[in-house]
Design a protein. Structure first.
Length: 153
């Protein structure tokens, strides 16, 4: 595992780099899928909100596993005092640098997708009920039919 990549004077963290690459790939694939299915949504906004929610959810889950350590970390962050806001901000960014739980990110990302879908009110939404399962089943069925050569799976 290579946690950092050094390219000359540039010091890149592989987690951030791969997260960025995943977001770019997700945006391209989602945009093409939106165009193919006639969805009038912006793929970049969807992916940006989901990535931000996922990162915040992963950090929140990790920190809420041990509230005593969280309290101690916040006491250390604000130790320089509010008269030195730059030092407080740098300590906060250093604290935010490590410690993520993937399942917190997954739950927050799914929650953000559900919230965005509820606001967008796609064709599957009628009468105040979200019928997303039917839409997903039709899409999955179409993919399976194409994968099996139209054998009617």
């Amino acid at each position: 595992m290579f946690p950092y990549i050094d390219i000359g004077p540039i010091h890149l963290g592989t987690f951030g780099l791969l997260l960025w690459l995943a977001a770019v790939a997700a945006t391209v694939v989602l945009h093409k899928n939106f165009v193919r299915n006639g969805v009038g949504a912006d793929a970049l906004n969807v992916v940006a909100f989901v990535v931000i929610a996922g990162v915040l959810g992963a950090k929140a889950w990790h920190e809420l596993q041990n509230p005593a350590d969280l309290y101690a970390a916040f006491r250390q962050i604000i130790a320089p005092g509010w008269h030195r806001p730059f030092a407080v901000a740098m300590d906060f960014l250093h604290w935010f640098q490590a410690g993520f739980a993937w399942f917190g990110g997954m739950l927050a990302g799914i929650a953000m997708l559900m919230w965005q879908g509820r606001l967008a009110k796609p064709d599957g939404l009628s009468g105040g009920r979200l019928r997303c399962g039917c839409w997903i089943w039709r899409l999955l069925r179409r993919r399976l039919d194409m994968a099996w050569g139209g054998l009617g799976v």
